[in-house]
Design a protein around this ligand. Structure first.
Ligand SMILES: Cc1cc2nc3c(=O)[nH]c(=O)nc-3n(C[C@H](O)[C@H](O)[C@H](O)COP(=O)(O)OP(=O)(O)OC[C@H]3O[C@@H](n4cnc5c(N)ncnc54)[C@H](O)[C@@H]3O)c2cc1C
Ligand SMILES: NC(=O)c1ccc[n+]([C@@H]2O[C@H](COP(=O)([O-])OP(=O)(O)OC[C@H]3O[C@@H](n4cnc5c(N)ncnc54)[C@H](O)[C@@H]3O)[C@@H](O)[C@H]2O)c1
Length: 447
């Protein structure tokens, strides 16, 4: 029996951050990891995907030279993208640097799949680990694979294969029009892949404002991407190429990318009172699950983002240390889909605000001086206000994620709308569109 103060199960952005803090505070910590220390984000998610996106956006900009600055010939080549991901982001999918960082602090890394076998007990192979103070569960998510006739057993891609590929496919069906699907679809399209996106919901990015998803669909179609919304694939066949049946049509492509959401694995957690058939681990504001058990990250269901996992990991670590800590506050969760244009959003959508029974006012702007100068019409700022404070906002545009930063401050700090209206917005920035949207805040009856 190995005894530690704390066991951290899963060393992704939620667990790694918390484990490091706990070790630095002087506790003995076992970090249990089945795969790579660092989790999805540095090896298969945020970091390599954003390197791919950076390369694709450079191509997009080069293609805008015509009409604005003369002529440019662009010859896309995946080689530097694959090289950069392998060398700079994933270190050839080797986590030695992260493992060393944790162990040099004094942490104890246990490699292998951990099973929770008691309130403060994790079994890894034939090793039984016991925690004197607490167990932090931060096991993240895996790709959810829809139950479609013929899909299982075919060589479809998930984000793992897409990130690690050394070449771009000639054609690809993208199953799912959420954040991963859209980011990767646009990357591969800009490198020459013929893309068809299949999205079951009525619009792309169904968790966000419908106007944002519709604007991205328009941009993608203008770029030559085929976008089908409100569709469901009924059958998949593979005989060297994929054939996916959608209604009466059979769509063929060299590759199929399945990006239809993520799923947690709660197997075995009934020993600590968790419903194993549930989707997520319920937590209180201090990330407590049960006596001596905490959870952080994607497994808690408060948004699949690295910044949420880090935020929760910090709260859990401070609570485990017995320090005073403000409970988690999810009113202003920021999120960015790094398409071109970017979709930045914070807080509630109009639909969510109305579902909460709030008396909602909406302000929208779709044009401003900067986008006209920039040469784009694809922008949107949508504000959702209630009781004279913003409760949610969306910014789509060339710097949508950055514009959202200002809106996140307003939502988080509950800045009164009259205060937001009274300030100056630098001319001619993209964020100056916020001023126009504030002027347009109107009472509306809702969709
Ligand atoms: C393609 C892609 C792009 C993304 N881009 C962004 C982005 O731009 N910005 C952003 O904020 N977020 C992004 N995300 C989401 C982000 O990666 C996740 O929110 C984040 O990684 C969650 O951290 P986590 O610690 O909860 O889980 P994970 O990163 O999933 O880590 C969990 C770890 O636990 C380990 N584990 C699981 N079960 C066990 C077990 N029983 N025993 C031992 N180890 C176990 C796993 O091997 C894994 O290493 C992206 C995700 C993807 C897939
Ligand atoms: N920029 C970022 O911060 C970023 C980037 C990528 C991913 N992520 C996170 O990673 C997580 C996973 O992303 P994701 O895009 O896989 O999930 P998602 O849940 O955001 O989107 C999945 C999409 O697939 C659709 N879908 C599901 N089943 C389908 C089917 N059978 N046919 C057609 N469409 C189907 C859903 O309607 C949904 O729109 C999310 O939590 C996201 O927040 C974040």
């Amino acid at each position: 029996m190995d005894e530690f103060d704390v066991i951290v199960l899963g060393m992704g952005p939620g667990g790694e951050d918390a484990a490091g803090r706990l070790v630095e505070a002087g506790l003995s910590v076992a970090g249990v990891e089945a795969d790579l220390v660092g989790g999805e984000c540095p090896y298969w998610g945020c970091v390599p995907s954003k390197m791919m996106i950076r390369a694709a956006h450079v191509l997009g900009e080069a293609r805008r030279v015509s009409g604005l600055a003369g002529d440019a010939t662009v010859s896309p080549d995946w080689t530097p993208v694959a090289r950069r991901i392998r060398a700079e982001a994933a270190d050839d999918w080797n986590d030695q640097a992260a493992a060393d960082r944790f162990e040099k602090k004094g942490g104890h890394l246990v490699r292998g799949h951990g099973v929770v076998t008691g309130p403060r007990e994790v079994t890894v192979g034939d090793r039984v680990l016991r925690a004197r103070r607490g167990l932090l569960i931060s096991t993240g998510t895996r790709p959810a694979i829809p139950d479609i006739d013929g899909l299982a057993g075919t060589p479809y891609w998930t984000n793992h294969e897409a990130v690690a590929t050394e070449s771009v496919p000639e054609s690809m069906i993208v199953l799912g029009g959420g954040a991963i699907g859209l980011e990767l679809a646009q990357v591969f399209a800009r490198f020459g892949t013929e893309i068809t996106i299949l999205e079951a919901a009525p619009h792309l990015l169904p968790g966000e404002e419908p106007e944002a998803g519709k604007l991205i669909a328009k941009v993608f179609r203008d770029e030559g991407i085929r976008v089908l919304t409100g569709v469901s694939a009924s059958r998949v066949r593979y005989d060297g190429r994929f054939a996916v049946t959608v209604g009466d049509e059979v769509i063929e492509a060299a590759n199929l990318l399945v990006v239809a959401g993520r799923r947690t694995d709660l197997t075995g957690l009934s020993v600590i009172g968790i419903d194993e058939t549930g989707k997520f681990i319920p937590t209180d504001p201090r990330m407590r699950v049960a006596d001596g058990v905490w959870a952080a990250g994607d497994v808690t269901g408060h948004g699949g983002f690295t910044h949420v996992a880090n935020y929760q990991g910090r709260i859990a670590a401070l609570d485990i240390l017995g320090e005073e800590v403000a409970g988690a506050d999810y009113r202003a969760v920021p999120r960015v889909t790094y398409t071109d244009p970017e979709v930045g959003a914070v807080g509630l959508t109009e639909k969510q605000a109305r579902a909460e029974g709030l008396a909602v006012t909406i302000g929208v702007t779709t044009a401003g001086a900067r986008d006209w100068i920039h040469g784009t019409k694809d922008i949107l700022i949508k504000l959702v206000a209630a009781d004279d404070v913003l409760v949610g906002a969306t910014a789509v545009g060339p710097a949508g994620g950055e514009v959202m930063g200002a809106l996140a401050v307003a939502v988080h700090a509950r800045v009164p709308v009259p205060t937001l209206r009274s300030m100056m917005y630098a001319y001619p920035t993209f964020h100056r569109g916020i001023e126009d949207a504030l002027k347009n805040l109107l009472n509306q009856d809702g969709p």
